[in-house]
Each structure stands twice: as C-alpha cells, then as structure tokens.
Design a protein around this ligand. Structure first.
Ligand SMILES: Nc1nc2c(c(=O)[nH]1)N(C=O)[C@@H](CNc1ccc(C(=O)N[C@@H](CCC(=O)O)C(=O)O)cc1)CN2
Ligand SMILES: Nc1nc2c(ncn2[C@@H]2O[C@H](COP(=O)(O)OP(=O)(O)OP(=O)(O)O)[C@@H](O)[C@H]2O)c(=O)[nH]1
Ligand SMILES: [Mg+2]
Length: 473
C-alpha cells in the first residue's frame, strides 16, 4: 500500500444520489497540467473560480466552481483539484469520466513519469494520503470516519474532538513521559555498578507510577469514547408472553416487533438501535424461552440463546401477572440457571419485572448484587429507571465534554501498554531488578502506544482501517 501512494486519484467526494452540489476531487503530485486540461486555464490557489467543465469535444458538461489547493497545503498534502458541480448522479459520473479521460490523454501526450495514469480512488484513499503525508495521524484519520458514521450528536462531537487532535495529544504526552523514563533506564544499562542508586535518585518508580495514573485516566475516557462509537448489545430474554417484544417497542418508541397474547409470537430476532444520552444501544428482542415441539419455534429459541451468549448485557424479563404461579417461577429458575451457564460472570443481567400495571402492590424478590427494575411495557412506567440502569451497566459516566471518540483497538492498545507498565513496575519493585527486562517492557509499552497514532502500525492494519472508509473520503 505504501508503494502506490503518489499516483493521482479521483473520486466523487459527495454522497451518491441527488444533491444541490456535488464534488469530484482529484489528488496527486503536479496536477497543474491536468488543471489546465480540465478547466482550460490555470487556477489561483485556494480561490473558487466559476467556469464551464467541458468534455474532450469542448461541449460543456456543467458550469461550476473549480478549486485548486497546491500541495502540501491541502487535505491530502498533495495537489488537490475540486470540481464543484451540480449534484446529479449523471453529471458527476460524466465529470469523473472526463477527469479519467483527460488524465489518460495527458499521460499519452507527455509520457511524463511524474503523471502516471489518473485512476479512481480506493475507499479511504484520500484520507490515507493525508495520513501518509503527515497531515493527520492515524487516530485523527479514524476520527474522520467516525465523524461521518456518528449516529448520535454526542458521538459526532467527540469524533470532532479527536479529529482536532485532543486524543492524539494525550497519547503524545504519555509517549513523551515514557520516552523520558526509557532514557533513564537505558542510561543505567551502560553503568551497571551505579544502576539501582541512579534509578532511585531519579525517582524512576515515581515516574512510572505517575505514568500509570495518567494512562488509567486516558483509558477511562477512551472507553467512554469507544462506547459512544460502538454502543452495547442488550438482549431481552425471558419466557413467552413476558412482554419482551412490548419492551423493545416501548424503548424504541415504535411498533417494531409483533405483540400478541399468544405465547411464542416472536421467532426471529428483532434488533433496533436506540440511544440514551447519545450512547447507542443495540437492543435485541428474542423468542420466548421454553421447551417446544414446534420446529420453527425451536430454531427461534436456539437463536435467542446465541444472542444471549453474544450479549454485553441481558434484560431478564419476568411477568408479574403470573408470578404467583409455581410453574411460572420454576420455569424462570430454569432459565436463570441456563443463563448462568451461558454467560460470563462479567456480563450483567438485569431483572426486569414487567406488567406492574397488573399488580400494583407486588414486590417480588430481588436477587442480591443484581440490578432490578419494575416497569410496565404497556404504560411506560419505570422505563426511565431502566434507561438509567442501562447507562450504568454500559459504564457511561455522562461527561461528554471531555470524551474523545475512540475505537476498540485503541482501548486494547492502551490495555497492552498498561500490562507492559505493570511488568516494568514489578521489575522496579523486585529486590534485584533485571534492568534489561525493565527496558524491554518499556520499549514494548511505547510500541503499543504508538500503534494508536500510527507511528508503529502494520500495513495490514492500515489497509483494514482505510478500506472501511466510504468511497471518495
Ligand atoms: N470542499 C471541501 N470541503 C471539505 C473538505 C474538502 O476536501 N473539500 N474536507 C475534506 O475532508 C473537509 C475539510 N478538510 C480540509 C483539511 C485541510 C485543508 C487544507 O487546505 N489544509 C491546508 C491549509 C490549512 C490552512 O489554511 O490553515 C494545510 O493543511 O496546509 C482543506 C480541507 C471538510 N470540508
Ligand atoms: N398489562 C400489561 N400487559 C402487557 C405488558 N407488556 C406486555 N403485555 C402484554 O403481554 C402479552 C405478550 O406481550 P409480548 O410483548 O408479545 O410478549 P413476548 O415476551 O414478546 O412474547 P413472545 O414473543 O411470545 O415470547 C401481550 O398481550 C402484551 O400486550 C404490560 O406491561 N402490562
Ligand atoms: Mg415477542
């Protein structure tokens, strides 16, 4: 991927479909001749010029604004030409084709090695260039995609914060502190006699402690950011007719799943993403859990268990209207023990006592150490309490001002830094610390940290990251 990074690329930069304005964007080195060919004149840098876009025969395709950003002062760091036309899909396709044709004609005419054939950009390739040309780091590039994909305002604001470099700045501060400590340790490797005293005088342990503290804070905020970006998967489970589908509909505020008094109504999973305080929650309604002879229902129940096994949190629904019946309680107990086998202990289960409107005075038993809520999916009573519990379970600390968007891979990288620092601390605390091991752990910690900003990231990972961008970005 690194090899192909200077040939000129072109793409439609605006969303597919009709729009007031549509943009075709070209990036590459030495685009002046292409500008001349496409616009019939040279363009003043960074100044919009109104002109006709003509095809090879001189016929106008459209009249629009042309903008030329000479590198390195552009989005990609290369020359960038924008043709801002009317936003119809056919017009933009014609303009794109015209750019490719002009590129090919120039290549044939000049045979210039500096102008290899213009080609259509891969998804994310403009932003990849911005990264490769040091306009932005990897965390910022990811923030651009996350800004575009943001499904809530809170996610968009935190992505914008990461894009301006707030997250990267924290990572750089950590890196600088780490480098400082590494220099100290590496220096002692050369003077083994004085090593321990030297480290003690320089308070290496104190520096490492400080580093761990800062890291923990960054990690906490990155986790919040990852939560905003990725949300959590919440599965609604319970016996038939407990009101699972009614609860999904109540949370979503729409009649998504079929609700009937017939037990065994839901078979397929029904999923909807809702948001609470900007945190996306992927709520999944499942088939009621019971022994069934019906083949279709059995498949639905198997899917329900698969969903439960993949859940970040489970809402275990109980029907208060039937709680008096021994068989009902026994069946709930069976589900309870099956949940215990299916779920990691870290996956929270919330007891949801549904249909409070039927039995206003009932106070059912509460399992120790587990969140519980009484509600009515029918009247909406208790739903706010459930929303609060869901946010708590997700780990949301509702301080979106300081949160920057982050991805699971960032949180993992920070976790790896944390593990290496813990190893380093163990060495420092040991009676006879192995300084080479200490140095090695600190080096690994720095490597893990720099995968976040992309200073130390494999081409494979870069490929995965940029290919998930939309076309033209
Ligand atoms: N028309 C248009 N709008 C757009 C973009 C674009 O490419 N075209 N962007 C694309 O995603 C975003 C803006 N991103 C940009 C980032 C840097 C530069 C740029 O010219 N940077 C120069 C000069 C900076 C300055 O004057 O301060 C530089 O970095 O040197 C332009 C756009 C959103 N809006
Ligand atoms: N009174 C009352 N009835 C409810 C409440 N929630 C659900 N119901 C009723 O209970 C019945 C079953 O509701 P569903 O939402 O279909 O139950 P379910 O758990 O999805 O059932 P299955 O899909 O069969 O597993 C319907 O008649 C609902 O109207 C509630 O809070 N109060
Ligand atoms: Mg249902």
């Amino acid at each position: 991927m690194l090899a192909r990074h200077h040939d000129p690329i072109v793409a439609i930069a605006t969303a597919p479909g009709r729009g007031a304005v549509g943009i075709v964007r070209v990036s590459g080195r030495g685009l002046d001749t292409l500008v001349q060919a496409l616009c019939g004149r040279a363009l003043k840098p960074r100044e919009a010029t109104y002109l006709p876009f003509r095809d090879a025969q001189g016929q106008a395709i459209d009249q629009g604004l042309a903008l030329f950003f000479p590198g390195p002062h552009s989005y990609t760091g290369e020359d960038v030409l924008e043709l801002q036309a009317h936003g119809g899909p056919v017009v933009l396709q014609l303009l794109l084709a015209r750019c490719l044709e002009a590129g090919a004609a120039l290549e044939a005419a000049t045979g210039q090695p500096c102008l290899p054939g213009l080609r259509v950009a891969q998804p994310g390739e403009f932003t990849e260039r911005a990264f490769l040309n040091d306009k932005i780091d990897l965390a910022q590039a990811e923030a651009i995609a996350d800004l575009i994909d943001a499904s809530t305002e809170a996610a968009a604001r935190s992505a914008s914060r990461s894009l301006t470099g707030a997250f990267s700045a924290e990572i750089h501060a950590l890196r600088d502190a780490l480098i400082h400590l590494r220099m100290l340790v590496e220096a002692t490797l050369d003077f083994p006699e004085e090593e321990i005293d030297f480290l003690r005088k320089a308070d290496a342990r104190g520096q490492l402690f400080q580093l761990e503290q800062t890291l923990a804070q960054v990690m906490q905020r990155a986790r919040q950011g990852a939560l905003l970006r990725e949300g959590i998967k919440v599965v609604i489970a319970g016996q038939p007719n407990a009101g699972k589908s009614s609860l999904l509909n109540a949370l979503a505020g729409a009649e998504l799943a079929i609700v009937t008094p017939i037990a065994g109504t839901t078979r397929d999973k029904v999923q909807e993403t809702i948001q609470i305080e900007g945190v996306p929650l992927h709520v999944i309604d499942t088939a009621g859990l019971r022994d069934s002879d019906d083949e279709v229902e059995r498949i639905g129940i198997a899917r329900a268990w698969d969903a439960i096994a993949a859940a970040d949190a489970v809402l275990f629904l109980h029907d208060l209207a039937r709680w008096d019946a021994f068989e009902y309680r026994a069946a709930d107990a069976d589900i309870e023990s099956a949940l215990g086998q299916k779920l990691l202990s870290s996956v929270p289960v919330i007891d949801v006592w549904n249909k409070v409107d039927c039995v206003p005075s009932a106070l059912p038993p509460q399992a120790a150490g587990r969140a519980a809520v009484h509600l009515s999916a029918r009247t909406g009573e208790g739903l706010d309490a459930l929303r609060r519990i869901l946010l708590e379970v997700a780990g949301w600390q509702s301080a979106p001002e300081g949160v920057y968007i982050a991805r699971a891979r960032h949180v993992q990288a920070l976790g790896s830094v944390q593990a290496h620092l813990a190893q380093a601390a163990a060495q420092l605390d040991a009676r006879g610390p192995a300084l080479d091991l200490l140095a090695e752990e600190l080096r690994l910690a720095q490597n893990a940290l720099s995968t976040i900003t992309g200073e130390f990231t494999s081409d494979d990972l870069l490929g995965v990251i940029f290919s998930s961008f939309c076309i033209g970005k």
